[in-house]
Ligand binder design. Structure first.
Ligand code: RIB
Ligand code: CA
Length: 310
């Protein structure tokens, strides 16, 4: 039995963030949750993280609020996908308590200095992670690496920019340039993990309240996605990919690529520029770009994590 992967999860709950939280709590050693403005303003993403902490029944898990706005760009959200609350579509109980601190960056730095070998998993805009890397130059050599959901060879907010990177391209650029181990779960991968009706039903069939709540949330999430895409069978459940690629790497395929983030282009800001050239003089790879997953096996892991909370 190998030891559980220690990780901190930085997120902007968010329907797929909720699944990432459940997956990390069950399949990894989840050392804390930090929140960032993204799908919704910070007060909402933080409130939602506290609600989810209660729903998974882990009062010892701490939630730390972070950046309310990107490094440079103006705050932008995704209520057309997640609703104004950031987690529309289910009856959610008010949390027993709010955030345990409003210093996500300090929590990240202190936790990674107290224990080396932690993975930073970023599934929202990378603002908190970028601020931590800037504030603590030693962080890069203390962490095991960064696993992020973001970017891709196409976008969902623009033709070329995915939301997490588009919302804070300057933070994304810092993370891709940090120099340590980096795993990217791009849209090219996450679109392979769609919450089809059969998969949502498998979640709903799990015993306990969590399955019902998450099935309701996934139904809402898929409703908004399917209404906006030509031929989507269900919402792509992006964020757990960044978690499960660490805990179950055998279910994923990756390629080594050099990736940077465009921060100034009028039509391309927020694009992850993934160098796929076969040229021998291409820049050295800095990222493990995930390109394929076993969707049924990944969904089974998600369903197991939800059922375990019954
Ligand atoms: O583009 C998808 C990403 O943006 C996901 O992390 C989703 O939760 C939103 O944050
Ligand atoms: Ca997210």
């Amino acid at each position: 039995m190998t030891a559980a992967i220690p990780m901190l999860l930085d997120c902007d709950p968010g329907h797929d963030d909720a699944i990432a939280i459940v997956a990390a709590a069950h399949h990894a050693e989840l050392l804390g949750i930090t929140t960032v403005a993204g799908n919704a303003p910070l007060d909402r993403t933080t409130y939602n993280a506290c609600v989810l902490r209660d729903l998974i029944g882990d009062p010892k898990l701490t939630v730390h609020a972070g950046a309310a706005r990107p490094l440079v760009a103006e705050p932008r959200h995704a209520d057309e996908i997640h609703g104004v609350s950031g987690l529309d579509g289910a009856e959610l109980p008010a949390p027993d308590r709010g955030a345990d601190s409003d210093d996500a960056v300090g929590f990240i730095i202190d936790t990674c200095r107290a224990r080396e070998g932690i993975w930073l998993v970023a599934v929202g805009p990378c603002t908190n992670v970028a601020l931590a890397l800037r504030a603590a130059p030693d962080l890069g050599r203390r962490i095991a690496g960064i696993s992020l959901m973001g970017g891709g060879t196409f976008g969902n907010r623009t033709a070329v920019a995915e939301f997490n990177i588009w919302a804070d391209p300057h933070a994304g650029a810092v993370v891709f340039a940090h120099g340590g181990p980096l795993i990217q779960a791009p849209l090219d991968l996450t679109f392979q993990l769609q919450a089809t009706p059969a998969r949502i039903d498998a979640v709903r069939q799990t015993p306990g309240r969590l399955g019902t709540v998450l099935a309701d949330l996934l139904t809402f999430f898929s409703g908004t996605y399917c209404s906006r895409y030509d031929a989507m069978q269900g919402a792509p459940v992006h964020d757990p990919c960044a978690v499960l690629a660490l805990t179950h790497p055998g279910l994923f395929q990756s390629v080594r690529r050099h990736v940077t983030v465009e921060t100034v282009g009028h039509d391309t800001a927020g694009m992850t520029v993934i160098d796929q050239r076969q040229l021998v003089e291409r820049p050295a790879a800095n990222t493990d770009v995930l390109i394929k997953l076993d969707a049924d096996a990944v969904w089974k892991l998600i369903t197991e994590a939800i059922a375990a909370n019954a």
